[in-house]
Design a protein. Structure first.
Length: 47
């Protein structure tokens, strides 16, 4: 892998992590079910 590809991959993963966190925070505010949110985050990371 070239350096630019690695950097792009790192940026994409970072953005996905931020988006996942925002969804988790939003779900926590509306649903209040921490266990389900944790499961969803884990599912996102494994995809």
């Amino acid at each position: 892998m070239e350096k630019s590809q690695k950097r792009l991959a790192a940026i994409v993963l970072c953005i996905m992590g931020i988006v996942g966190t925002l969804y988790a925070v939003r779900d926590a505010g509306t649903a209040g079910r921490p266990q389900q949110i944790e499961t969803e985050i884990t599912a996102m990371e494994t995809e």
